[in-house]
Design a protein around this ligand. Structure first.
Ligand code: A3P
Length: 294
């Protein structure tokens, strides 16, 4: 196996109490001051929780299952990421000029979402994934995400994940923050595991939330087009055209496994025990519950 290339990786910087890639952190004021417009819809997630999957479902729903329309550009251009608007196209000015209703993705925690989204009562679709699978996916992702420090060994990374010292901060605070915030705004709180188990039902919930009615055949078509294998082979959904300076996919791919319970292949028994002990402390006081297998 060839040795991994030595690459210059970004560092994490603290911004408003959040560890954030310095390529994002240098533009922090622009991000915090982002001006949402009435009708904007925010897709919010902690990284690696099924963001891209949800973006593609939402895109197909809003375009009535029109696959051609969803081939017009890569998913990260069709639904741009708020934090990356100063790092890659489409830039902030382009997004500002996008016709309403705009769909925007963010990984910001609930308390750091720009206030303009709340002022305009924008809809939020939040997707949460169980912590073990999220940590597993994030570890593999950070091996290729040059925008983040090298993850080191899995054991080192898991410690960092548990302490919240990873890009966009603590998973625990993120999922709890939106869970507690869901009744304060117009939010649909979804779970990766539920979408995996019953995509049709969850697609219908998104449609209802967005006030969209579509025939059964279209809903089935959307579920088919957003299955892992279809998206993996769809260059407009699989991140194969994402800037290589930010994510280097020469050794592994963004579309990795797309499963529930893959954590069992990487957690040792001991790591699982430590994770569980720590999890109880952090998650005991919330009604939020996750499935760790289906
Ligand atoms: P894995 O690394 O576990 O495979 P995000 O889009 O938030 O970065 O999340 C990426 C994770 O979602 C990756 O998880 C990826 O494979 C998975 N994913 C992407 N599309 C999917 C789909 N259609 N079905 C299931 N999982 C999907």
């Amino acid at each position: 196996k060839p040795k991994r290339k030595a690459i210059m990786r970004s560092k994490l910087m603290m911004v408003d109490g959040l560890p954030m890639s310095d390529i994002v952190a240098v533009h922090w004021q622009d991000i915090r001051n982002f001006q949402a417009k009435p009708g904007d819809v925010l897709i919010a997630t902690y990284p690696k929780s099924g963001t891209t999957w949800t973006q593609e479902m939402v895109e197909l729903i809003r375009h009535n299952g029109d696959v051609e329309k969803c081939q017009r550009a890569p998913v990260f251009e069709r639904i741009p990421c708020l934090e990356l608007m100063r790092c890659m196209p489409p830039d902030l000015e382009t997004v500002n000029a996008m016709p309403s209703p705009r769909y925007i993705k963010t990984h910001l925690p609930f308390n750091l979402v720009p206030s303009s989204f709340w002022e305009h009562n924008c809809k939020v679709i939040y997707v949460a994934r169980n912590g073990r699978d999220t940590a597993t996916s994030y570890y593999h992702f950070d091996r290729m995400a040059i925008m983040h420090p090298d993850p080191g060994t899995w054991d080192q990374y898991l410690q960092r994940f548990m302490s919240g010292n990873v890009g966009w901060g603590s998973w625990y605070d993120h999922v709890k923050g939106y869970w507690e915030g869901k009744d304060k705004c117009d939010m649909l709180y979804l779970f990766y595991e539920d979408i995996k188990q019953d995509p049709i039902t969850e697609i219908r919930r998104i449609m209802k939330f967005l006030g969209k009615k579509l025939p059964d055949a279209t809903v089935e078509k959307i579920a088919h087009c957003t299955s892992f294998n279809q998206m993996k082979n769809n260059d407009m959904a699989n991140y194969s055209t994402f800037p290589k300076e930010i994510i280097d996919q020469s050794e592994q791919k963004f579309m990795r496994k797309g499963q529930v319970g893959d954590w069992k292949n990487i957690f040792t028994v001991r790591q699982n025990e430590l994770f569980e002990e720590d999890y109880r402390k952090k998650m005991d006081h919330t009604t939020l519950k996750f499935k760790v297998s289906i």
